[in-house]
Design a protein around this ligand. Sequence first.
Ligand SMILES: [Zn+2]
Length: 296
Amino acid sequence: MPRVHILIAAVILLWARTSCTYSETRAPLAIPLSADKLIALTFDDGPRPYVLFGTKGDHPAPGLLDTLENNGVKGTFFVVGWRLTPGTWGERRHEQNVGVTCIDAAQQMVKRGHELEDHTFTHIELRGAERTKGEQWVVGDVERAAQAIKAVTGTQPRYVRPPDWSISDDARLDLERHGYRVLTISASNSIALRDVNSLDYLCTRGNSTQCPKPSLAGAVLKQVQQREAKGIYTHIMVFHELSTTTAIMPELIGSLKARGYRFVTLTEYMRLVTSKPASTREVARSTGPAVLGGSR
Ligand SMILES: [Zn+2]
């Protein structure tokens, strides 16, 4: 091709990309699918059968499991070990008994393709627990939950999310020596492997004054956009087993799919995100449409 034609082609290409970027900024729905845009949806604090299966009666609510299934999403549930003891269906004062025990719920979750990981046995704040009971107790609490999970699912959990992300470096290293990977919001982890706090626990029924405005789903999408502006297109999102969280899932999942995201379990996420060298990821992203010339 003569040089002048190459030059014209390059100008057209540049114009196409610039105009594309412009339209994407204004209309996110135009972003095409990319295999590199991943989300691992995670839910803490269960199993809570009344959330997972929904409720009827005065306060009818759809179940989280059906909601995820209807949207084609497999999630990862960081469960609390004490719930996986026989005959347990939740906290009597706050949780409606829908006739399903937590163990039955956990078995259903696995059957439906979701993953169960470790959110400790007691759900106690681990830094404080370490001060009063020692590091071995902390490791033991995580191991005890892992055993309870394995007894129900047959699978050894590999990921631990400490309640409130609170854990000492010593205890974290100890858990890593025991084969666990500890999830964190700490800046010491690369941003793609750092939990995204949805703040959904501020949006419970009857106590939502602190809930992000104008909506939780909108606030989560804003966090995604802010991460995209830093060149990050993979996100581990932290939610809780709450009926208010279930309610926003269809809208949120729909919006994220429209931005080109694919939903994977945490195991799949880690396999895909940690298996690629950074340079490969950068190349993949630099050719992707979501690399905007915007703020950092
Ligand atoms: Zn928790």
